[in-house]
Each structure stands twice: as C-alpha cells, then as structure tokens.
Design a protein around this ligand. Structure first.
Ligand SMILES: [Zn+2]
Length: 99
C-alpha cells in the first residue's frame, strides 16, 4: 500500500523528511519453455518520493531525492555496519578521532 512516511535524511540522518512510500509489488510473468508453462514471480523495487526538504541540514527535495535514487547512502545499511563494528569491539567514533 502506498503510504506517507517520514524517513531519515540521507545527508544528516535525522528522521525529518516527508515522503511517499511505494512498496515493492509482486508481479508475475508467464514463460513458455518447450510446451511447459511456468509462472515466475518477481518483485518491483520499493520507491520513495520525497515531499519535503530537510529542516535540519537544509538539503532540498531534489538533492534528497537524487541521493535516495542513487542509493549513495542507505541509513539502514550504515547502521548495520556500525552495529557490526561495535560488536567486534570497534567503535567507529574512536577510530575517527585517532587519525
Ligand atoms: Zn538532513
């Protein structure tokens, strides 16, 4: 279902950007291989349509949309990487300050 969501800004990471979320849709294709018919399922990609600029870092709708489309930063992925580093006893912030 298409719904309105507030997502994390790809630039500052604050939960403050209004967007419309289009969930992945399950679609089917029918293929015919040597008189046999098989139905294949595939998922379309989920999509975010940015509705507002970021009040925290001032990035515009266009900039945020571009960053999301290009997938420059995936906030969830970043969090997972940070979590993994912490689990390994590495704190990203201390590594940063060392250099
Ligand atoms: Zn921001």
């Amino acid at each position: 279902m298409v719904e309105k969501r507030i997502i994390e800004c790809p630039f500052c990471g604050k939960l403050s950007v209004d967007c419309i979320y289009f969930p992945p849709v399950l679609q089917t294709t029918v293929t015919r291989v040597s008189a046999k018919t098989s139905t294949q399922f595939y998922k379309t990609k989920e999509k975010y349509e940015v509705q507002s600029s970021c009040p925290n870092c001032g990035k515009s709708v266009k900039e945020i949309q571009k960053a999301l489309d290009e997938g420059k930063r995936d906030p969830e992925k970043d969090k997972k990487i940070l979590k993994r580093l912490k689990e390994q006893g590495l704190d990203f912030t201390t590594i940063k300050t060392k250099f």
